[in-house]
Design a protein around this ligand. Sequence first.
Ligand SMILES: [Ca+2]
Length: 413
Amino acid sequence: MQKQRQTPRWDGERQAQSIPTIPKCCPSAWEGTGCSPAGDGENLAFPQECLSHQQVLSTVRQMQKLLSAQEAAHLQGTRSLKKQLSALQSRVQRLASKPWVPSPSSPLAVPANGRKLGRSARVGHDVHFVCDAGFRLVGSETRTCRRDRTWGGTQPSCRSIDDCSSNPCANGGTCVDGNQSYTCLCPRGWSGTSCQSPVYTYVDECQLFQPSPQTRLCLHDCLNLPGSYRCLCPPGYVLHADRNTCEDVDECTGSQHNCTHGELCINTFGGHRCVRPKCPPPRHNTSYVKTSSFQCERNPCPMDSRACRLAATSISFHYLPLQANRSVPRVLFKMSTTRFVGDSLRFAIMGGRGQGVFAVRRSDRQTGELVLTSPVVGPATLEVELEMSEFSRKVLLGKHIFKVTAFVSPYEF
Ligand SMILES: [Ca+2]
């Protein structure tokens, strides 16, 4: 039983089971009342020769129904086609009864600033349009009278040609379009119909020559005048006799300074300074006394004070006016002793602001030099303290301190 359920069955078996009275025949390779496959079913073939009478009758009836349906559809299609043909026939007959007669189109307008060529307004005929000089055609150049008595294309018009389209104005001039003409609005310094001619009211020497270092006219500033120019100098300077360079005003020699009583006037480039050199206050049994405007001398030391004996024997003050960005190296200051009794001198920078741009060096046996090693951007005030020590057989005889102050101008002159 297990094996029988697993084997395939042909469709006719169900029919045979529902109508058991009709005998069955089984084809080869099929067997039994249910026409099951014989053996292992290897030689199975469809049993076409085993249709029942009822099956045959059913099939015939189905075919008859199909034919009837097809016959009805065919008749309906034929009727529809006949109807369409009749409609087409009557339409053609109607059109044939009204013969078409071509008629002329309505005449076309002549565009302003232009002309119309061709008068015929009959069907199939062309009309052409042209514009006057200075105008261009916008729209259809040619229009044809069509069979429906309308004109093909669009009505043309003549528009003025933009006379500025070629950019005729030179040197930044502004073009204004006119009727077959243009006008150039010229910028300052230019004239002519196309702004092509420079206007020579006067030549600005300052503008032409001053900006370049190779051609500059004035050391500082240039003022243009009609037909001429004048050099200008900043405050603190006067124009030199050469009319180009600037000369510092020495405020200290005249009464142009504002230094109070007790102050010293130091002339600088472009100005002046008021200074009041002061001796250091007494300290470690060491005291100084002012011996001149720019010098202090040490008072005699107490017998037992080593600190006093090692302190500087004299202090001098030096004020140096300096121009900005001077070329380097530049010797600013020389130092030596008037009473040289020892056998050697040593020079050193001890301190002060601006040490980075200074150096000290020996120029000969008794002289040292303060050297500027870097250009200085002004305005600036630089301070440096120099020490000159005198020795005899390596024993310190005395020290002198130079307090140097450099006033750097904001200008290079
Ligand atoms: Ca001055």
